[in-house]
Design a protein around this ligand. Sequence first.
Ligand code: BEZ
Ligand code: MG
Length: 579
Amino acid sequence: MSEATRNLSAEERDRRVLDLYEQVAEVERRLIPVGLHVFGRAPEAGDCADLLFMVASFDRPELGTRALTDLASEGLGLGPYSDLLDGRSEASLKQRETVDAAVRAAVSTFLARGEGEACKQLQEAARVPPGESGRVFKLLGRIREQLSTNEELDGLACALRGEYVEPGPGADLVQNPSILPTGRNTHAVNPYAVPSHAAYARADAVVRALLERHRSAHGRYPRALALVLWGLDNIKTQGEGVAQALWLLGMAPRRDALGRVTEVEPIPLEKLGRPRIDVVMTVSGIFRDLFGATMMLLDKAVRRAASLDEPPEANYVRANVLAQAEADSCDFDDAALRVFSNAPGSYGTNVNFMVLDSQWEQPEALGDLFVARKCFAYGRGPGGRSLEGREARREMGRALSRVEAAYQNVDSFEIGITDVDHYFEYLGGVSKAVEREANAKPAVYLSDAVSREARVRSLEEMVRLETRAKTLNPKWYEGMLGHGYRGVAEIESHVTNTFGWSATADAVDDWVYTEVARTFVLDEEMLGRLRDLNPHSARSLVGRLLEAEGRGFWEPDAGTVERLREIFNVLEDRIEGVA
Ligand code: BEZ
Ligand code: MG
């Protein structure tokens, strides 16, 4: 026992153990993709159990089904399941495990012996009425059947022949099971339907959690927040990110007689119960192309908020816009620009490419590149004229100079912040730009659109969770290695995307690199597997670790660095055919 823990009270020690236990359970519960999707191939039956458990854990009023976890929790006399999720006591953790175990067992029984047996089991174990559980198992049965009949290759062949391909919605399977069967022509949403009623309702809790999280760590709400909005994510969630922007500003969508969202109206401050937060939005090129009307709506929401006759301490949007107009001797319209994207016809921040190709010397270069690519303003300017992507570098810099927190909603279980380079190019990129403009690092947060709890995590926590649940998890990397050459490339890509979070936000703990080195490079057997399957990616992975050390993101001991250099040279010789 260390000196630090010896002096703790028994109560404090229990609390810390419980906290640790909760973190381990979180890694264990997290749904991770095992292996890559192979186009045209249906998943194995065994891969479905975790997915079906997750599908069964959500209420689906549109289908008339309730979450099995809620039904079991109520049946066992434990009240609503959601109360067990944020329970911080040993008792509530145990109760949640009991409920989860009962539902998981019933899903296994369903997969092995069908609906009737599963209903019976859940009735006996948790007094769930078979009428209720039967509806859920019917849904699970439909999903299982649709997953096993894969029509992707037929769909592709049809499209290539120029024939009709049936349309279907695009989303995460847990969020919307009607995306099945796959292999259809994925369609988007009507931008005027965004945000949906459900997305707007859900965003309230997430924004509350975000602001409270920041307040508990920093003593007050952020005066301004940088928000990243992507197109596909807002399609999948029917505008959850858009709804979060509106809640932050304290604005509600107003629908016309046809149900189209065309206006916004302020939520009264008494009802909001907190200040209106200034929001600087960076929208992707895809969002700009798909959600033109929504960009106008968001711009309108900012201008409405800034025009309200409210005290500065209750309306940070107005306070910041007026301060900016005065300091820069500019007019209200320019000081209120908050919706930024690429120039028309251009996409992406290129921050990812600069990081992947190691093409930067000073850290500021990454933030400067972000602003150079993303400083084109959308909405309406002076006289109500559409801005259509007017370059506004100075205005974006000024808006970012007041930002204290950056945030993005993660829309899917399938793609997380180390799976692709786009999260660090956007959220990391804007964080670096704020660091430059505000002379202070913003706090960076993420939330999961698909989790039951409106849980907001810091970027550092999210990097740790992704590292434990994926990169260092044998279930994940063995699944990848099953794909041979491509699997090694995926592992290397996760390490590089993690490195991207060091480069843009200094958000990676030393142990992450140490454990990556230990698991994939210093373990001879594993190194041999990577080398034989894909020597190029193996070399890049070792090179990235050395770069992390060289740039000061990781401080391993001298012996480790020496060993990594040797291994790098051996891999290089082998690739060049000299060894
Ligand atoms: C988008 O959906 O907007 C998006 C997709 C991939 C990368 C960046 C943005
Ligand atoms: Mg996505």
